[in-house]
Design a protein. Structure first.
Length: 125
């Protein structure tokens, strides 16, 4: 196994283990990519919650911003080329012991062969 393949495997089996750091969330892709209908799916992710950030240039409007790490993989996570920023969403609780709500994916912050880090804002926090 190459180092690249091992890193991708470790991302899924260690970092994204729900026994360790991760939780199950729902990915809601925009319904069509070209002519292909896409369905919602459950994936594993590490969610960093409640980072308040300004949403306007004058900094008068702020909202919670979430950073979400997922596998860069269509089966176990989200492949970087399938993300539709501003249209795709993730559903997860804004805090522990809260009801899951939908969060729009607004940015792809980092990516490598194994992982993506996405930025989300809450639609219903």
């Amino acid at each position: 196994m190459t180092l690249r393949a091992q890193i991708a495997t470790d991302a899924n089996t260690v970092f994204l283990s729900t026994d360790e750091f991760a939780e199950s969330i729902t990915y809601h892709p925009y319904k069509f990519q070209g002519d292909t209908l896409r369905a919602d799916r459950t994936i594993k992710a590490v969610v960093v919650r409640e980072q308040i950030a300004p949403l306007s240039a004058d900094a008068n409007t702020a909202a919670p911003v979430y950073r979400v790490a997922v596998a860069n993989d269509t089966t176990y996570g989200i492949n970087s080329d399938e993300i539709d920023l501003g249209k795709d969403a993730l559903t997860f609780p804004p805090r522990d012991n809260k009801t899951a709500v939908r969060h729009t994916i607004t940015d792809l912050l980092t990516q490598d062969h194994g992982m993506l880090v996405l930025e989300c804002v809450g639609d219903g926090d």
